[in-house]
Design a protein around this ligand. Structure first.
Ligand code: ZEM
Length: 289
């Protein structure tokens, strides 16, 4: 008998999971506190956005953010809120993997906030230790000090995952929902006045409001004339770079188009590096393509 390989030691969701029931349980968690929905969306993004195309490492497969060192990376500060909120759902449905649960919660959160339906399918494994954690530094910083440096950084990070400029702008449209938190990132405030409604409002605010650098002793950040809503340097950069701006304008004018493109890009994000899906695609392609 052969020794147990790493792969066999990992667990996958068992066939018996009723995903509609899991969806309902996630919805119930959101109904208790709708501020958790943006945090769930961010958990799904940060567990998936660690993917590196070249080495085919990182990504949602494994749910490695349960472990150190990944859970302690500065970029992931505050995401314990979403992980903890989903723990009772995992207890109720122990057969689902964390990796499937977190990505499903991201899709359900988008839908519950009034966004598009995101196609989602199960098949992600759970790693059994932090050994598979991706290295720190794979998620974007909100500021690289200069406009050109910040624009280049956004492209470096998202091209590494396999996204193009249009997909980048669509994905960052998620900042229509949620808040920045002083205690987690140093930034402070929501991007829109409807932070639990998924919409194209980030793009409309970017183009139609007046943004100036906030005068405070926190990190460089932009605010509107009321000081109540904010933009990160990376958000502003989408309007200052000519290529990015084209898509900001398209999405500001056409929410349906934004929803369609976001749903596609977000499904792609959640499926980056998922071994079961890669195997399936390989089989489908066959030998010669
Ligand atoms: Zn975010 N994001 N993000 N993002 N994000 C924050 C919060 C949220 C960047 C970033 O630095 C930050 C994407 C892309 C990028 C969400 C979703 C998605 C915060 C505030 C920061 C600093 C964290 C805090 O203080 O709690 C950067 C630099 C990005 C790319 C350039 C993409 C892509 C997302 C989803 C598809 C969401 C929903 C939040 C709000 C979380 C919450 O707790 O309310």
């Amino acid at each position: 008998s052969s020794p147990v390989s790493c792969k066999e030691a990992e667990t996958t969701s068992k066939g018996s999971v009723n995903y509609d029931k899991v969806r309902e349980a996630i919805v119930k968690v959101i109904e208790v506190d709708d501020n958790i929905a943006p945090a769930m969306l961010r958990l799904a993004w940060h567990s998936s956005g660690s993917y590196d195309k070249k080495t085919n490492t990182g990504g949602s497969d494994g749910a490695t953010m349960r472990f150190s060192p990944e859970k302690d990376y500065a970029a992931n500060a505050g995401l314990f809120r979403a992980r903890d909120a989903l723990e009772p759902v995992k207890k109720q449905f122990p057969e689902i993997t964390y990796a499937d649960l977190w990505t499903l919660a991201g899709a359900v959160a988008v839908e519950e906030m009034g966004g598009p339906k995101v196609a989602w399918r199960p098949g992600r494994r759970d790693a059994v230790s932090g050994q598979e954690c991706p290295p720190d530094g794979r998620l974007p910083d909100a500021d690289k000090g200069t406009l050109s440096g910040t624009v280049q950084h956004i492209r470096d990070i998202f091209y590494r995952m396999g996204f193009n400029d249009q997909e980048i702008v669509a994905l960052v449209g998620a900042h229509a929902v949620g808040h920045t938190h002083k205690q987690f990132s140093g930034y402070d405030g929501p991007w829109t006045r409807a932070p639990t409604t998924f919409s194209n409002e980030l793009f409309r605010e970017l183009l139609e409001n007046k943004w100036t650098l906030r005068k405070w002793n926190g990190p460089d950040m932009f605010e509107d004339p009321t000081g109540e809503i904010i933009m990160l340097p990376t958000d502003m950069a989408l309007t200052w770079d000519k290529e990015f701006r084209k898509y900001v304008e398209t999405y500001a004018a056409d929410q349906d188009r934004f929803f369609e493109d976001f749903a596609k890009a977000f499904q792609k994000l959640e499926e980056l590096g998922v071994k079961a899906f890669q195997e399936e695609a390989k089989k489908k392609r066959g030998w010669f393509s």
